[in-house]
Design a protein around this ligand. Structure first.
Ligand code: ATP
Length: 291
């Protein structure tokens, strides 16, 4: 085999709580992660020369060390002591800098793809160990599905899968800096922490309505103040029949969970027509790796 094609799935956070700021500046988090069917497509080919060449459909993305695909490929080749060169094409469908872990997922899929291409037989745990060197979310992107993520994001516990539903994504045309969000997060005083235990319970009961009622993201306490468009999208999604609507990660993408696919399609068409909410609008569903 000289070429392999792999999918890199987007994620949303069904729940996101921040426990504390650590002395090293990182934050301990407690999040419920969920993979989505929306994915990038990565094709990797071995070439006789040396070096890693990346081509992508987004001209503004770096094609060198700045691209997480490059870093994952270089890390893998070094760890496996492989001297080949690689041609990699990256078809981006996941919005960039959106709170959907697109870059981390590309890195994870690159590691998994290379493991298969070279038949190196690294275990999932070994791939996660390489992935964490690239970023805290990469181990989850290796694992996929529904999972509790703790520590800085690298301590993972698989959870029962989310019941079937439709997920609407709207990315407003703003950039939100993750650093800014964490720096402005207040963890003391009257802050109400998301009920992660309640969400776990709802997943264990396979109960989408209770899950939706408990889902929450603490980082919204920062972003809704500064970016009213996030509240506008959430409100509109609820008006259009979403069970719940939340910001994913540190934003700015907002997602809505729909039980009824027809309502979800109507809402999707509404946002497609009203572009001031955001030009990037997707209708997708959870991705179930085991199915
Ligand atoms: P997270 O949810 O983990 O915070 P994100 O969705 O906010 O991630 P990404 O799309 O992963 O953000 O990328 C953020 C930055 O990383 C971008 O500014 C981009 O230039 C850089 N980057 C490097 N490699 C990639 C890649 N393969 N895909 C997307 N962005 C990449």
């Amino acid at each position: 085999m000289n070429t392999i094609t792999v999918n890199a799935y987007a994620k949303i956070n069904l729940g996101l709580d921040v426990i504390r700021k650590r002395p090293d500046g990182y934050h301990d988090v407690c999040m419920i992660m969920q993979s989505l069917d929306l994915h990038d497509i990565i094709t990797i080919s071995r070439i006789p020369s040396t070096g890693i060449k990346i081509r992508t459909n987004l001209s503004y993305l770096p094609n060198d060390q700045g691209n997480l695909v490059y870093r994952a490929a270089a890390l893998f080749l070094e760890a496996a002591r492989i001297k080949d060169g690689l041609n990699i094409t990256l078809e981006k469908n996941i919005p960039v800098a959106a709170g959907l872990a697109g870059g981390s997922s590309d890195a994870a899929a690159t590691l998994k793809g290379l493991n298969e291409l070279y038949q190196t037989g690294l275990s999932t745990e070994e791939l996660k160990g390489l992935g964490v060197k690239i970023g805290a979310d990469v181990p989850y992107c290796v694992q996929l599905g529904t999972a509790l993520s703790e520590g800085i994001g690298e301590v993972l516990t698989p959870l029962p899968a989310i019941p079937e539903c439709t997920v609407l994504l709207v990315k407003p045309d703003i950039s939100v800096s993750t650093k800014y969000v964490y720096e402005n997060l207040r963890l003391t005083g009257t802050v109400t922490h998301p009920d992660i235990a309640g969400m776990r319970h709802a997943l264990e009961q396979n109960d989408l309505s209770s899950l939706a009622k408990t889902m929450d993201n603490l980082l919204q306490t920062v972003t809704v103040k500064d970016y009213p468009i996030i509240t506008d999208i959430k409100r509109k999604m609820l008006e259009l029949g979403a069970l719940t609507s939340l910001m994913s990660g540190s934003g700015p993408t907002v997602f809505g969970i729909y039980k009824n696919v027809e309502l979800a399609k109507k809402a999707f068409n509404y946002f497609k027509r009203h572009k001031h909410y955001g030009k990037q609008v997707f209708l997708t569903k959870p991705y179930y790796p085991e199915r």
